[in-house]
Write a protein that binds this ligand. Structure first.
Ligand code: OGA
Ligand code: MN
Length: 237
């Protein structure tokens, strides 16, 4: 049975006004922190139950808008065809994937805010799941009309330091005819694939070694960020 996850809620709508007083700002910060931790907690529970998690409207809307602006404004020369495999062994294989990527270094305001969000998630995952995550790497991905990424796993052969994959989507008003869904094959039930619409603010996380997944052919520009939390050791945890 295929499960289709559609976006819900309206967090992607217009931003709230800045609070009038410092007190209000403090309350808002507390609320934002509580919401963030609730999202992280939901993700942890899902990972424990199934090895993957899908949350719609989960990335803070302001951060999502900043990242969406950056991927559109970034100099095209900073994007290159993605390879498969690790570093120097990375090979271009256009039959496997055809997207273009640009690594996020945290030098821009939005990049720094994204890495701060990922660092707080990393800390939470370590506290809750004892994963021993020590680093995070991520890139923007741009899929043009006709692009795809065939079924794969994110951990490299001979190097299992990638423990948790995270993908976020930066596409407003994605419609079913646009294609480009992420399909994940849960480890315990690979025939029950989960189909995820790449809609603005959706956050997907899964165990990098366990969960095969693919990106279906997209029919219009599709923007996402893919990131990986890593351990130092290549030994099994
Ligand atoms: C990847 C990947 C999924 C997506 O970059 O490894 O699987 O939906 N991306 O962009
Ligand atoms: Mn992947």
């Amino acid at each position: 049975m295929a499960v289709r996850i559609l976006p819900t809620g309206d967090l992607a709508g217009p931003g709230k006004r800045l609070p009038a007083s410092a007190h209000a700002a403090e309350q808002q910060t507390d609320l934002a922190t509580a919401q963030r931790l609730a999202g992280f907690d939901g993700m942890v529970q899902n990972l424990l139950d199934t090895g993957y998690s899908v949350q719609t409207n989960a990335l803070p809307p302001l951060l999502c808008r900043m990242l969406s602006d950056e991927i559109q404004e970034r100099n095209p020369a900073r994007f290159h065809k993605a390879g498969i495999g690790k570093n120097r062994k990375s090979k271009l294989n256009s039959r496997v994937r055809s997207d273009e990527i640009s690594w996020i270094e945290g030098t821009s305001k939005s990049g720094a805010a994204w890495l701060a969000w990922a660092a707080s998630l990393q800390m939470y995952l370590n506290e809750q799941l004892f994963l021993g995550l020590v680093s995070f790497e991520s890139h923007f991905s741009r899929y043009r009309q006709g692009d795809f990424y065939r079924r794969h796993r994110d951990a490299f052969i001979g190097d299992n330091t990638r423990k948790l994959s995270i993908v976020i989507y930066l596409n407003k008003n994605w419609s079913p005819k646009d294609g480009g869904e992420l399909v994940i094959y849960p480890k315990e039930a690979p025939s029950q694939e989960i189909t995820i619409v790449p809609e603005f603010g959706t956050v997907v996380a899964f165990l990098s070694e366990d969960v095969a997944h693919e990106v279906l052919t997209t029919h219009c520009d599709r923007h996402s960020i893919a990131g990986w939390f890593r351990t130092n050791s290549t030994q099994a945890l």
